[in-house]
Design a protein around this ligand. Structure first.
Ligand code: CTP
Length: 394
């Protein structure tokens, strides 16, 4: 039996070209056994006919707040197990973030007692606009699960992020939401992104890490029901909904944040922590002089090694290894030297793996099992594979 059997879901549509995809989402949810009601903002009728929506649900679409029984939105808000807004336009996002309530959908949102999931859909520049990003942050902080957008061709002809998550992927998110939560009650710390090691007030040493793998791990840990702390170096990513983000810059700050959050049940160090930092940070901007220059560097504290040396019974420690040669051998050494339970090995030689990509190809090494190599997958799917390994130890 599907996990969605008998679940009550309100699907909220807003006026975006992506609204046509929500007709498929509606069918997918129904096929999985959910009972679905639809509410819309007024402009949805420009994109999808109300007859299509009511025809599929067999119920009236809730679209006009003034035409209904005055307390209709309250009844809907109490009825549902989950409220999904897909597509979510920049306009309705802003209204939800600021508590505006001028149509059926925003009224249902404010009245909803159930968890809320949203799938934004907008043009790349609207999506990247600081106001939109700030509004996404507000919704996340309010506990709304903001689904990531896809990248690619948009209806405007522009390319980039802002495309609504595909209906099948949204269905997976919904199934996960209602699914078993094996990490309920567990505290999971994930580090992500690069660190920045200051040379002077304007310059730093860093690396090409974008944080995508660590953020995907945080999202998965969240979906599995964990309390998630994400210690992140500078990235351009929005933290997953409900995750406790600790933003840091340097390796030393990351060390303090990670150690300060102990004890935890699981630690995954996905961050590309600098191994060296300038021995001294100049107070003033360094002026150029004739001839070459050298910057003396000193080793940073190895966070994983430190945690491995103090590992409490039952804690699961996971490290990453990025190797270009003798991959398995080097990763195996890391597993033992840092007292880890798993090492996630990614090779820079693999196409589509490593820094910046949306995909990754990993080999999972552990003390218990022989190395397991996975196919090239999206980082979110890779995160699932890593957690499948971790769950065998819980
Ligand atoms: N790590 C850490 N603290 C550091 C450096 C790295 O916790 N100061 C963690 C990383 O987050 C990662 C793992 O250790 O999980 C990587 O191990 P590291 O020994 O740094 O290996 P690489 O950088 O992959 O390679 P190399 O051995 O060449 O340094």
């Amino acid at each position: 039996m599907s996990i969605l059997q008998g679940k009550k879901i309100i699907l909220g549509l807003t006026g975006s070209i992506a609204a046509y995809k929500s007709v498929f989402l509606l069918r997918l949810l129904q096929k999985a056994g959910a009972e679905v009601r639809v509410c819309t903002t007024p402009s949805v009728s420009e994109f999808v006919g109300e007859l299509t929506l009511s025809g599929l649900t067999g119920e009236k679409v809730f679209s006009g707040i003034w035409e209904e029984n005055w307390s209709e939105h309250v009844e809907w808000g109490n009825w549902a197990d989950l409220f999904i807004v897909a597509p979510l336009t920049a306009n309705t996002l802003a209204k939800m973030a600021h508590g505006l309530c001028d149509n059926a959908l925003t009224a249902v949102y404010l009245a909803a007692r159930c968890p809320v999931m949203v799938a934004p859909a907008m043009d790349v520049d609207m999506y990247r606009h600081p106001r939109t990003q700030a509004n996404i942050k507000i919704l996340s902080q309010d506990g709304v699960q903001v689904l990531p957008t896809g990248s690619g061709y948009l209806a405007s002809g522009l390319q980039g992020p802002g495309r609504m998550m595909e209906p099948e992927e949204i269905l997976t998110q919904v199934e996960q939401f209602f699914g078993p939560q094996p990490l309920q009650g567990k505290k999971v710390l994930i580090s992500a992104g690069p660190t920045r090691e200051a040379i002077d007030p304007v310059r730093f040493i860093s690396n090409r890490s974008t944080g995508k793998m660590g953020y995907a791990l945080a999202e998965e840990a969240q979906a599995l029901g964990a309390e998630v702390v994400l210690v992140s170096g500078p990235t351009s990513l929005a933290p997953p909904a409900g995750v406790n983000l600790l933003a840091v810059e340097s390796a030393q700050q990351m060390f303090e944040a990670v150690v300060g959050e102990q004890p935890t049940d699981i630690v995954i160090m996905a961050a590309a922590v600098a191994d060296y930092t300038p021995a001294e940070v100049a107070d003033e901007k360094i002026k150029k002089k004739e001839g070459d220059m050298a910057i003396p560097l000193q080793r940073t504290q190895d966070i994983l090694r430190y945690l491995g040396g103090k590992k409490p019974a039952g804690q699961i420690l996971v490290g990453f290894a990025m190797e270009t040669q003798h991959e398995l051998e080097n990763a195996q050494k890391k597993l033992e030297a840092k007292n880890l339970d798993f090492v996630v090995l990614n090779s820079l030689r693999e196409k589509g793996a490593g820094f910046g990509h949306n995909t990754n190809k990993i080999t999972l090494l552990s003390k218990q099992h022989p190395p397991q190599t996975f196919d090239l997958k999206s980082k979110r799917e890779v995160a699932k594979d890593i957690f499948s390994g971790i769950l065998t130890l819980i």
